[in-house]
Design a protein around this ligand. Structure first.
Ligand SMILES: Nc1ncnc2c1ncn2[C@@H]1O[C@H](COP(=O)(O)OP(=O)(O)O)[C@@H](O)[C@H]1O
Ligand SMILES: [Mg+2]
Length: 379
């Protein structure tokens, strides 16, 4: 039989009370003759030998004769009668009280069951009243914080789908426009037109790659192959990779590394990805003639890497957001400048954190350059 908690509590209260009553009756039964004899003796002493007490003196003496036994039997009956009434009254009161208490205890549990069913149906705004610091109050509070978390995840999911749709639409619209222009003969079938379409397709391709990478990094599906890595070597590889774009834009890239640098615990490919992304951004947001400086220094238990540029800088109000997905300080400029979709820093930050480090940015303000810093734990 399945009993609900309220009934179980009620039955347990009742059981406690019944056991109490039985024990009371049993102990009374055993101790009654002795107590009766003792107290009767005292009474006889007080009242004097009136004959009523049958001349009995001392414990047990009152039960000696026939009338004494009768008196005791009568006393016993009256005692049990009173006990029965008392038990009945106690049971009735206990019934009511235990009903009220079990209701009080189970009501918040029932509320939580109902609320969790509504959350399961997708109504994430559901909350339960969390009163009191007891276990029930704590359960309600943690239920509420779980619902808040679910609500946030849900709104992030919706936001992400919206953002992805928006990002996909821009290059698709451009491609569609060019193709329609070509079909209608409004646009010349020149190499420039085709190059433009190809560039938009390339942008789509990059976006999809970035999205795939982002989802892998954020879901924790990226397994880092952590090994002792020599940072100067890795930085040199990144510098070589970007030497050509830097030279052709006319931005100088200088390195400032200590003579000896302890190895860091890192995944070579992923760390290279972070470095290329930061150096790529620095190049992208630094006008020709500018400088980018990559330096590293040893700190307590970690290495700090800095990528500082003399570029357009980042206004203070944007600094906290640039690591958010799809966040770009100036969408139109980023696009014209051949910028990405604003996912690069999100991926880099997730990768650095997967290594056990931190990535953050500083900037003295617009037009005054930016500094990106990250730490990596030593081996
Ligand atoms: N070195 C930098 N100087 C100025 N702004 C930067 C720099 N690096 C990143 N940003 C800003 O942060 C935004 C996000 O960077 P990122 O995630 O790499 O996206 P994007 O694809 O636009 O490069 C950029 O759009 C830009 O506004
Ligand atoms: Mg970028």
């Amino acid at each position: 039989m399945k009993l609900n908690l309220g009934v179980k509590l009620f039955i347990s209260y009742l059981a406690v009370l019944l056991v109490g009553v039985v024990v009371l009756a049993a102990v009374a039964q055993v101790s009654l003759p002795g107590a009766y004899g003792r107290h009767l003796g005292q009474m006889a002493e007080i009242m004097g030998d009136s004959g009523m007490m049958d001349g009995g003196m001392g414990p047990g003496r009152g039960l000696g004769s026939g009338s004494g036994q009768e008196l005791f039997a009568n006393f016993q009956y009256s005692f049990y009668e009173a006990l029965a009434w008392a038990a009945l009254a106690a049971l009735t009161v206990a019934l009511v009280v235990s009903l009220l208490i079990s209701r009080r205890l189970t009501a918040p549990l029932r509320a939580m069951t109902a609320a969790s069913q509504r959350v399961a149906e997708g109504r994430y705004s559901e909350r339960v009243p969390a009163r009191g610091g007891d276990e029930l109050g704590q359960l309600a509070a943690s239920f509420n914080s779980m619902a808040t978390k679910l609500e946030q995840v849900e709104s992030m999911r919706r936001q992400l789908i919206g953002d992805v749709a928006h990002e996909l639409r821009t290059p698709l619209t451009a491609i569609k426009g060019s193709m329609e222009g070509l079909v209608d003969g409004v646009l010349p079938a020149s190499p420039e037109t085709f190059a433009q379409v190809a560039a938009e397709a390339e942008r789509l391709n990059r976006l999809v790659d970035d999205l795939q990478e982002l989802s892998r990094v954020e879901s924790g599906a990226v397994v880092l192959d952590l090994k002792p890595v020599s940072l100067p070597e890795l930085i040199e590889t990144a510098r070589k990779r970007l030497a050509h774009p830097y030279a052709s834009k006319g931005v100088t890239l200088t390195l400032d590394l200590p003579a000896a640098l302890s190895p860091v615990r890192a995944d070579t490919d992923r760390l290279l990805q972070v470095l290329t992304n930061l150096l790529g951004n620095a190049l992208q947001y630094t006008p020709a003639g500018g400088h980018v400086m990559l330096s590293a220094e040893l700190r307590a238990g970690e290495i700090l890497v800095r990528v500082a540029d003399t570029g357009i800088g980042i206004p203070a109000e944007h600094l906290p957001h640039i690591f958010d997905r799809f966040y770009r300080v100036d969408k139109s400029r980023s696009r014209q400048a051949g910028g990405g979709s604003g996912i690069g820093l999100t991926i880099s930050k997730a990768l650095v954190e997967a290594h056990g480090g931190h990535l953050w940015a500083e900037s003295p303000g617009e037009g005054r350059g930016s500094i990106f810093l990250f730490t990596l734990p030593l081996v």
